[in-house]
Structures are given as structure tokens and as C-alpha cells.
Design a protein around this ligand. Structure first.
Ligand code: FAD
Length: 319
């Protein structure tokens, strides 16, 4: 059967959820062969096998930590040459998209980024993209080389599908492509909440929240749901929440199962980053706010009345 390369995003061997989602999509196209790189690469094998990887190619070398992106491209290109896959799937993170683009150039292949679905087609994989702030859905197929496709988080379910997951060393000859060398690393203080781009639930606040201190109302609701916290640009520009949490055209694009917007009007640039969420809930005191045009559930009311009640009800039901 045809094989499909899946680039593994992991932290010291802990496989991130978007990679497991890629394995679900890869199984539609052929047998998934996972490529895990850097420290802990071999520790990924258990989770990858559980979710359908027939093989896991691993490589570790100091260079993966010392130089940004290009050593990973060297390794993925080595895997591509060794496996001759029908497609390469990569998570749509900023790094994933750079890896995919560089790989496509080296392999003389086409690349599609930010797909929200991938299906098998008669003439090769078909990637679905959501364009122009989700006003259009496009389906595209790569016509040159081995298709390289990056897929947004939350585009497919995580499905257990036990497979062999045989681990093998990947031989990598590192090249001298233009590269950025790491000079220092410092760990970000963890909020204990899920990563914004990957979270299944995102709870966001906008200008209506009114101050940095008031964001605790949003955070408390987020914590009751195990959600990530997002913010509109107005709230970020006001200095109430860090830019890393901005949702929208110039922030992070999210596509969670549930998106809760409080005190956010629904400007086109905000919608561009959350419109593909599966279920959208908005709380706004203005019944005419544009956000209500795209919601599944809308509450017209003051967020400082509604959100604490919602949090309390969720906590009660959780017991
Ligand atoms: P407003 O539009 O001011 O809306 C606040 C809402 O809160 C109102 O609807 C009001 O009724 C409601 N409200 C007020 N008080 C309460 C209360 N107590 N209870 C309930 N509701 C209340 N924006 C983004 O978000 N992300 C981006 O990435 C982004 N990129 C941009 C890029 C460009 C090039 C440009 C030009 C703009 C961009 N913007 C972006 C900005 C965008 O146009 C809007 O200005 C911004 O999204 C507005 O944020 P907001 O909805 O929080 O604020």
C-alpha cells in the first residue's frame, strides 16, 4: 500500500494532538510513516503506533536544537527520498509551514498550507482550504511532485487505530542551507491552560471586558471548561492581554470545537481567525453586534452578569 509521511510535532517525546489528527487524515491516503526528530524522538513511537503509524523514522542530533528549521527539512527530505510517499502531511504551525515550504522547494513539489481537510482523490490527495475569512471553501490538488500539505489543528478527530509503529533510524546528511542559529533559550512560564491554536475550547474577551484585571472573568470561565484564553486585537492593543493570545487575521487562527466570545463585536479581522470554529457562542450587550450573524448561540446581555453565571452553572454540572 502507498505510504504517507507525517511530520511529528512533539515536546521531548510527548506527541502533540495536531500530529495525531494528521495520522487520522493520513490513513485515508495510505499507510502513515511518521518522522520524529530531536530529543525524545524514539519516545513518540508508542503514541504514534496507537494512532496508525506503520513505521516511525527517528533521528536525533545536537544540530536539531542548535539551528532553526533547516535540519528538520534535511531530515524530512531524507525520509521523502527513502520512502517515496504519496504525500507529506505537516502540522500548520508557523514552523510547520516553513518546513513544508522549504521541503517543497527542495523536492520540486507543490505545497498547500492551512488545509482544514484532506481526502483521497483519483489523481492524488485533495486539500480543502477555508479562504477569505471563511467566506469560501476551496478544494485543491497538487499537480507537481509529491504533495506537501500543512493541516490546521482541530481539522480531524484523533482516532486510535493500532499499527506496528516499527522504529527505524533515519540517516540524515545535514546540508548548509541558509539557517538561523539559536543563541539562547528561555522557557515561557506555563499558564497551565492549553495552547491557543490547538485547544478544543477557546474562551475570548474583547474591548467589552474593559481592563486587564477584568480578564479574570474570562480566565475563570476558561478554567471551568479546560479552555485556552483568547483576546481581540482591541483588548491586546489596550495592553489587557498578551499578543500571543490574539485571535484573528494578525493573530492566531483557531478552529476549536467551541469558541466563546465575550464583549467582542465581530469585526471581519477577528472573524478571520475563528470563523471555522465548530460551535460559536457570543455574549454581547448590543443585540446588533455583527458577531451575532455567525453564532450558534447568542446571549444579549452584560458579560459581567452572564459570564459568572455561566461559569457557576458549568462548575455545578461538573459536580
Ligand atoms: P469593539 O469592536 O470595540 O467591540 C466591543 C464589543 O463589546 C461591542 O460589540 C460592545 O457592544 C461589547 N461590549 C461592551 N461592553 C460589554 C459588556 N459589559 N458586556 C457585553 N458586551 C459588551 N482584530 C482582532 O480581533 N484580531 C486581529 O487579528 C485583527 N487584525 C487586524 C488587522 C488589521 C489590518 C486591521 C485594520 C484591524 C485588525 N483587527 C483585528 C481589529 C478589528 O478591526 C477590530 O477593531 C477589533 O477586532 C475590535 O475588537 P473588539 O471586538 O474587542 O472591540
Amino acid at each position: 500500500m502507498a505510504e504517507v509521511l507525517v511530520y511529528v510535532d512533539h515536546a521531548d517525546g510527548a506527541v502533540r494532538k495536531p500530529t495525531l489528527e494528521l495520522l487520522t487524515l493520513a490513513r485515508r491516503l495510505g499507510d502513515p510513516v511518521a518522522v520524529a526528530l530531536g530529543p525524545g524522538a524514539a519516545d513518540t513511537a508508542g503514541a504514534l503506533a496507537e494512532h496508525g503509524a506503520v513505521r516511525v523514522l527517528t533521528a536525533d542530533a545536537p544540530r536539531f536544537g542548535e539551528v532553526l528549521v533547516t535540519p528538520k527539512v534535511d531530515a524530512l527530505k531524507a525520509a521523502l527520498d527513502a520512502v517515496s510517499p504519496v504525500a507529506v502531511l505537516v502540522p500548520s504551525s508557523a514552523e510547520g509551514k516553513e518546513i513544508a515550504a522549504r521541503l517543497a522547494v527542495r523536492a520540486d513539489s507543490g505545497v498547500i498550507t492551512d488545509a482544514v481537510d484532506v481526502t483521497a482523490g483519483d489523481e492524488g490527495p485533495v486539500a480543502v482550504q477555508s479562504a477569505f475569512a471563511a467566506s469560501y471553501t476551496t478544494k485543491s490538488r497538487i499537480t507537481r511532485g509529491v504533495p506537501v500539505i500543512t493541516v490546521k489543528p482541530n481539522s480531524a478527530p484523533v482516532e486510535p487505530a493500532p499499527a506496528a509503529g516499527a522504529v527505524a533510524d533515519l540517516e540524515v546528511a545535514f546540508g548548509d542551507a541558509p539557517a538561523a542559529r539559536v543563541v539562547e533559550r528561555s522557557e515561557r512560564a506555563s499558564s497551565g491552560r492549553p495552547d491557543l491554536a490547538e485547544a478544543a475550547i477557546v474562551v475570548s474577551g474583547g474591548r467589552g471586558v474593559g481592563s486587564a484585571e477584568n480578564f479574570s472573568v474570562i480566565e475563570t470561565l476558561a478554567d471551568s471548561l479546560g479552555a485556552a484564553v483568547g483576546a481581540s486585537r482591541a483588548a491586546v492593543d489596550a495592553g489587557w492581554y498578551p499578543h500571543a493570545h490574539q485571535v484573528g487575521q494578525t493573530g492566531t487562527t483557531v478552529s476549536p470545537q467551541l469558541y466563546v466570545a465575550s464583549g467582542i463585536s465581530g469585526a471581519i479581522q477577528h472573524r478571520a481567525g475563528m470563523q471555522t470554529s465548530k460551535t460559536i457562542v457570543a455574549i454581547n450587550k448590543d443585540a446588533e453586534a455583527p458577531i451575532f450573524d455567525l453564532v450558534d448561540y447568542g446571549v444579549v446581555g452584560d458579560l459581567f452578569d452572564v459570564v459568572p453565571q455561566l461559569t457557576e452553572e458549568i462548575n455545578t454540572r461538573k459536580g
